[in-house]
Design a protein. Sequence first.
Length: 197
Amino acid sequence: MIEDVIDKCPRLETERLVLRKCEPRDLDGFIRLNTDQKTHEFFRSQPSIEDCENGFQLGMQKQRKDGFGFAVMEDRESGSFLGFCGLEIPSYDVGPLPCEPCVEIGWRLLPEAWGKGITVEASQRWLRFGFETLKLDEVVAYTVVQNHRSRRVMEKLDMVHNPAEDFNFPGVAANHLLCRHVLYRLFKEKYLERKNG
């Protein structure tokens, strides 16, 4: 199982970014990220500050338990908080996803950092870590059907979407506008083919 393979969330760097474990000092950035209306366009509700604080604590607990999780993205030059991106084993109280067990790659970025290729840059570094260091066979990503911005990132990462694998998110009414999700996959063979091609 992947839980036995991943030992810790490393500190990774790219040309512009530092990718690192979440720390207590990131709470303000996390609140700002998660109360931004643009960032939460495709979420079913807008969290309160209290919701954000609780979510932050749960994320820190998951990070301590699993040894990893969605990592902070910060500007390498200024050290400013930009959002998060990383690998995680999904777990939801409402039930498993059809693709579980799996490792997903996910991200969320402050709007002022959009359009600069930051998410792709961070994700490529995490995919390299996932496939080359952790020896994963596959990484998945998913989002609501309407989230074309995130879907473009998945496509730039050479992830493949099979419409037959789209799914209704557990615990969400089937007629809800944000119920239907798309699933993208990237297999190790395709990653290595792209890298060596």
